[in-house]
Design a binder for this molecule. Structure first.
Ligand SMILES: [Fe+2]
Length: 145
């Protein structure tokens, strides 16, 4: 087990929790003429994040590490911005995009460390996440015009 790899996976796990809660906030606080469309879309994003959170924590356990599991740890460890009281539709979509870009950067870091450690499965997991998120960013860019 590579300690550096576990640490970076825990960083990603923490980032995902902040992203999850930020996106729930957008789901609740979104206002304007595109409420229905975005309310549903944000729910889709945070529901997907929940699955990823579980997969990441269990991957950390599988390779012999210990996943962070308290809000305190997540807040201290995550490098993502906490968005508070954001309700304007473009600001919410832009914030999701910014966070996905940050998640991809961290996933790339994990991917490279996993490759170095010969952990093809973690590497493959990161490639899968990045693949989906790059597509989502394309869609968010289309939405933002
Ligand atoms: Fe809801």
């Amino acid at each position: 087990m590579s300690n550096a790899l576990v640490n970076e996976l825990n960083q990603l796990l923490s980032d995902y929790h902040i992203y999850y809660q930020n996106t729930r906030g957008f789901h609740w606080n979104i206002k304007g003429k595109r409420f229905f469309e975005l309310h549903v879309k944000f729910e889709e994003f945070y529901t997907e994040a929940l699955t990823t959170i579980d997969d990441l924590a269990e991957r950390i356990l599988t390779i012999g590490g210990a996943p962070l599991h308290t809000f305190e740890d997540y807040q201290h460890t995550s490098k993502l911005i906490v968005y508070k009281d954001v309700s304007e539709d473009s600001a919410c979509v832009q914030a999701v995009k910014t966070q996905l870009e940050a998640l991809i950067a961290q996933e790339n870091k994990v991917k490279d460390l996993a490759a170095e450690a010969g952990d093809n499965e973690t590497e493959d997991m990161m490639i899968g996440l990045i693949n989906v998120q790059q597509k989502t960013i394309w869609m968010l860019n289309s939405w933002l015009g």
